[in-house]
Design a protein around this ligand. Structure first.
Ligand SMILES: Cc1cc2nc3c(=O)[nH]c(=O)nc-3n(C[C@H](O)[C@H](O)[C@H](O)COP(=O)(O)OP(=O)(O)OC[C@H]3O[C@@H](n4cnc5c(N)ncnc54)[C@H](O)[C@@H]3O)c2cc1C
Length: 294
């Protein structure tokens, strides 16, 4: 069933990086929940594996002195959901991860694997994008950082070279302080189903006005996206029904969903429109705001 030619278990990050250099055809495996499914199809690109699962250097959640929350890429969904640091700083990420699969998968699947797999439906991505997350990418001789929203290049493709490992995700204090976040995943089945559409919002409200507003979707385009037109319609505008309606209308200019066996394009557009309001209302409440009525 499987066609594995070589398997190396790395005992340090440095060893993993060297193994990648020495094995130009190797594929990294963390929790393996995506890789193992691809392996079943005798995928020729997956005959050589470098295993980074359980690397302590990649498995942690820290709050740095400047308030940045740093999540190692090998941290599992369960560890994130159970973290006090996450609960106190970026609770909307933990809330989003409760929608992923079941406990067995969440116990082994890593945030790094979810994001690096490049699927437009990855549930960790929209809530991280609206919180301004950055991804740290490390190779033997260098390290670089980029905004997560720029990391996705095409379906299943992220901005990683063969010799690089995504080592951490960074959430800066200025992007989460006094910010209310929310995520809703629309799926056909209530349990164990990937998103038909995923929608995340984050906002900061001062004196009844949106002073920070970000809205992102999964599966609304070939890659996860932010919604610049909708965000412009809300920024510095009063938190009221009129602005919510403008966000809903504007968001349709930002998305390009497709027809698939899971849902038609028309149905996805309807969900996108509906969720814009529903998810933003929740984010407003989580930011301590309320909606003004005329
Ligand atoms: C039954 C089932 C249900 C699921 N339901 C959901 C769901 O509801 N929502 C959802 O979003 N996902 C779901 N998934 C998908 C999956 O669990 C996630 O994408 C998971 O987070 C992947 O993490 P992993 O550690 O298992 O990655 P792996 O399978 O080990 O790796 C995935 C990819 O990322 C690469 N990679 C891993 N770590 C790194 C790193 N640190 N740096 C660079 N590249 C790396 C690997 O080379 C591979 O290409 C489901 C999977 C299963 C089997």
């Amino acid at each position: 069933m499987y066609d594995i030619k070589t398997y190396h278990r790395a005992d340090s990050l440095n060893k993993a990086l060297k193994l990648l250099v020495d094995n130009p055809e190797a594929c990294l495996v963390a929790g393996g929940t995506d890789v193992l499914i691809k392996l079943r199809h005798h995928n020729k690109r997956l005959q050589h594996l470098v295993d980074i699962h359980h690397l302590k250097e990649l498995t942690y959640i820290k709050e740095l002195e400047d308030g940045t929350v740093r999540i190692g890429s090998g941290t599992t969904f369960t560890q994130i959901m159970e973290s006090d640091i996450i609960a106190q700083t970026i609770p909307s990420l933990a809330q989003a991860l409760t929608t992923v699969a079941g406990p067995q998968i969440r116990n082994i699947a890593t945030i790094g694997g979810n994001i690096c797999n490049g699927a437009p439906s990855a549930d960790a991505t929209p809530p991280s994008i609206v919180l301004g997350a950055e991804v740290e990418i490390t190779s033997l001789n260098s390290a670089r950082k980029m905004l997560l929203e720029q990391f996705y290049l095409a379906p299943g493709k992220v901005d990683l070279k063969h010799n690089e490992i995504a080592t951490a995700f960074l959430f800066r204090k200025e992007n989460y302080q006094q910010v209310g976040g929310s995520y809703y995943k629309y799926a056909i089945r209530e349990a164990m189903d990937i998103a038909t559409i995923g929608c995340a919002a984050a906002c900061r409200i001062e004196n009844g006005v949106f002073r920070l507003f970000k809205l992102a979707y999964g599966v609304a385009a070939p890659t996860p996206i932010r919604t610049p037109t909708a965000e412009k319609a809300a920024l510095n505008q009063p938190v009221n029904e009129d602005t919510l309606n403008k966000i809903q209308q504007a968001v349709l200019k930002d998305v390009s969903p497709r027809d698939s066996w899971r849902a038609s394009k028309a149905f996805r557009l309807q969900i996108i429109h509906t969720l814009a309001k529903r998810v933003v209302i929740k984010a407003i409440a989580n930011a301590g705001g309320s909606i003004e009525h005329d």
